[in-house]
Design a protein around this ligand. Structure first.
Ligand code: SF4
Length: 361
C-alpha cells in the first residue's frame, strides 16, 4: 500500500470515492485491494486490527468499559447534543467561558477540532481545558488527528487531555492538506489502540509507564456514512471498535434513507450498532455545499441547492430552509444524539440546538 499518501495500514480512510483517492490524482489502493479481497474471499481477514513494529505491546484487547458520561447518555436514549468549536487564531482561550455561555445553556457538550484541512489553528487543549473548568457538567472532547504528529506527540496529547479532565477524544486519521507534505505515523485505529493502552494500563506503545491506568476518558471515532462503496467503511469501524473505540460520530446526515442503509449494514456486518452521534450541518454557502457534495459524497437537499444556485443568495431564506431541513431530519431519524457544526457561528449553532431540542420534545 505504499502509494497511499496517508500510509494507512488498517484499510482505507474515509476520503475515497469509488476507486478514487482523496487526492484525486491517485487511485485508492485500499479500495482496489478490497475488490481483490472480495474475489479471493479474504475481506474479513483484510479488516483486522494491524499494529506496526513500533508497538511493543500488540496483544492487548481493550475490554468494554462500564458505560458512563456520553456513552451512558446515548445508550440511555436521552437527548445528547454536542457543539463543534473551532479555536480561532485571534480568540484567546480565556474568552471561552463568555463565548460559550449561550451554547452551554442548550448543548450537553462541546468538541474542539484539530487543524481542519491541515490548516494550523491554535491547539484545542487549552480551550477545552478552560471550557471544562468553566462548565463542569458539560461533556468536553477534543479531536486528535494523526496528521503531522508522531506517536510520542499523540501519547503526550492523550495524557494531557486525560489529566485536564477532558471527557473524550475523537480519534481521526485527518484529511490531506493542500501542501501534499503531511507526515503520517499512525492512523485512527492505532491512535485508538494507543489511547486505550495509556488510559487502561498506563503504558505507552513501547510499554513504558506513563500513567496510572484505569482512566475513564472515552474514545470516539468517525465514520463516513456516505462512503461509496460503504462496506469497507463499516468494516473499518469494526477495526476501530476492536482497537477500543466506544462512540462513533457520523458525517452529516441529510437523507434518513442513507442513515437507514448504514444502520442495516452495520447490524449485518458488525452484529450491533455502536453508540452513535449523528452529524448535522447547515449548508450556508456554495463553498460548503461544493465541499460536502464533491469531497464527502453528500447529496445536498434540493431546496437548499435551489437557493444556492440563484444569482443572489437570499441569506434569510437560506437560513430558514436549513433550519426546516434540520428540524425534519431530527424528527425523521428517530435518534437522540447529534453533533452540530455551525462553522464558528455560535448564534446559528444556538438556533440549530434549539430547533433539534424542539423537534425531539
Ligand atoms: S483514499 Fe485514503 S486510504 Fe485511499 S489511497 Fe487515498 S489516502 Fe490512502
Amino acid at each position: 500500500m505504499n502509494t497511499c499518501p496517508k500510509r494507512m495500514i488498517n484499510g482505507p480512510c474515509g476520503g475515497y470515492r469509488d476507486t478514487v483517492c482523496e487526492d484525486e490524482r491517485l487511485t485508492c489502493v485500499w479500495i482496489m485491494a478490497y475488490y481483490t479481497a472480495i474475489k479471493r474471499g479474504t475481506v474479513d481477514r483484510m479488516f483486522t486490527l494491524k499494529l506496526d513494529s513500533g508497538f511493543k505491546i500488540n496483544n492487548y484487547y481493550p475490554i468494554p468499559r462500564r458505560p458512563r458520561g456520553a456513552v451512558e447518555k446515548i445508550l440511555g436514549g436521552r437527548v445528547f447534543m454536542v457543539y463543534e468549536y473551532t479555536p480561532k487564531p485571534y480568540s484567546s482561550p480565556l474568552n471561552i467561558p463568555s463565548e460559550l455561555r449561550g451554547i452551554a445553556s442548550i448543548y450537553d457538550g462541546v468538541d474542539f477540532v484539530d487543524n481542519p484541512g491541515g490548516y494550523p489553528i491554535p491547539s484545542s487543549l487549552p480551550y477545552a481545558s478552560i471550557a471544562k473548568n468553566s462548565y463542569r457538567d458539560m461533556h468536553v472532547s477534543i479531536q486528535l488527528t494523526a496528521r503531522n504528529r508522531d506517536r510520542s506527540q499523540i501519547a503526550s496529547e492523550i495524557l494531557a487531555a486525560s489529566l485536564s479532565g477532558i471527557d473524550a477524544i475523537v480519534a481521526t486519521t485527518g484529511d490531506l492538506d493542500d501542501s501534499g507534505k503531511d507526515v503520517w505515523d499512525l492512523d485512527a485505529p492505532r491512535i485508538i489502540y494507543l489511547a486505550r493502552l495509556i488510559l487502561d494500563l498506563g503504558l505507552d506503545h513501547l510499554g513504558r509507564r506513563v500513567g496510572l491506568g484505569g482512566e475513564g476518558m472515552a474514545i470516539a471515532c468517525s465514520v463516513n456514512i456516505n462512503a461509496r462503496p460503504l462496506e469497507p467503511e463499516i468494516l473499518k469501524l469494526r477495526v476501530k471498535r476492536r482497537a477500543g473505540a466506544e462512540i462513533v460520530i457520523t458525517q452529516p446526515v441529510f437523507e434518513p434513507e442513507i442513515l437507514g442503509r448504514f444502520r442495516r449494514m452495520t447490524k449485518d456486518l458488525l452484529g450491533e450498532e455502536m453508540p452513535m452521534i449523528l452529524g448535522i450541518i447547515p449548508i450556508m454557502s456554495r463553498k460548503i455545499a461544493s465541499f460536502f457534495q464533491n469531497k464527502v459524497g453528500i447529496k445536498i437537499p434540493e431546496k437548499i441547492s435551489k437557493i444556492l444556485s440563484s444569482e443572489r443568495i437570499d441569506k434569510e431564506e437560506l437560513l430558514k430552509t436549513n433550519i426546516e431541513v434540520i428540524e425534519n431530519i431530527a424528527r425523521e431519524v428517530a435518534h437522540n444524539a447529534f453533533y452540530i457544526s455551525a462553522f464558528g457561528d455560535h448564534k446559528l449553532g444556538y438556533e440549530i440546538g434549539r430547533t433539534i431540542r424542539r423537534a425531539l420534545s
